[in-house]
Design a protein around this ligand. Structure first.
Ligand code: IMP
Ligand code: MG
Length: 191
């Protein structure tokens, strides 16, 4: 392995087209708080964290290491049908859970809740499987475009303005998931 630094042109973390919204440190501090809260709320229980792929992978990895309980994890991948750019609320399960959730205390782990259409449908699907309880942890909450107004987010990292954000698992056309911070892409058409 070479210890050579990245050339400025290929470095992503210092990309001048990104405006940092939440720094790595700020995210770390917030996740410690969320982990403490979940640890206290689920005392005596063995929750299963269900990560919604792919966006939740970074949040999931950090959050579970702050939950000091016996617990397990599982993953789902869903694709939401879009009518133009608007999600219709119909979801297709691309990857289902590996284990049944009947009788389990489920915490669904999401990257961001926007309109809430995808997640509302996903929660209905999970609810029909007889979980003992289902709660929602979303790293980001973008309330402005919310259509499913009744959707309750039990654990929220940060509330964000109505802007397209990337990093910490969130992507724009597959890119930026690896950023250790949350950023806004200043000029989406620039590289
Ligand atoms: P909705 O809540 O059904 O509208 O869809 C939420 C999904 O859209 C999230 O799980 C993300 O995958 C994606 N999404 C919504 N807003 C953003 C954003 O600002 N950046 C990256 N992905 C987003
Ligand atoms: Mg998602």
């Amino acid at each position: 392995m070479s210890a050579e630094p990245q050339t400025a042109g290929s470095a992503e973390f210092s990309n001048p087209n990104l405006e940092v919204l939440y720094s790595e440190q700020k995210i770390r501090d917030r996740i410690v708080e969320l982990g403490r809260q979940i640890t206290a709320d689920y005392e005596g229980k063995e929750p299963v964290l269900v990560g919604v792929l792919k966006g939740s992978c970074v949040f999931m990895a950090d959050l579970m290491r702050q939950i000091d309980l016996k617990m397990t994890i599982d993953f789902m991948a869903v694709s939401s049908y879009k009518d133009g750019t608007m999600s219709t609320g119909d979801v297709e399960i691309l990857k289902d859970l590996s284990n049944p959730i009947r009788g389990k205390h489920v915490i669904v782990v999401e990257d961001i809740v926007d309109t809430g259409l995808t997640l509302s449908r996903l929660l209905e699907i999970l609810d029909s499987r007889g979980a003992a309880s289902i709660r929602l942890a979303s790293f980001l909450d973008k309330p402005e475009p919310r259509i499913k107004k009744k959707l309750k987010i039990d654990y929220t990292g940060f509330v964000v303005p109505n802007k397209f954000v990337v990093g910490y698992g969130l992507d724009a056309a597959g890119r930026y998931r690896n950023l250790p911070f949350i950023a806004v892409v200043k000029n989406p058409s620039a590289q």
